[in-house]
Design a protein around this ligand. Sequence first.
Ligand SMILES: [Zn+2]
Length: 56
Amino acid sequence: MANSLKTKSLCKLSKGDIEDHFKQLIAITRDSRFICVKCARSATDKHWLCKPKKAS
Ligand SMILES: [Zn+2]
């Protein structure tokens, strides 16, 4: 039962969510261009983060 992560930001994920969506998270973080300056999480797109900052 893989429900989509689309409505959540990575910053809000619980440990259970991370395990449940691990493959999707690899796709989201593999080519990260943004870093959350509040949570230190990274993603390919800023909409995944609560305080995104472009990494380069
Ligand atoms: Zn954040």
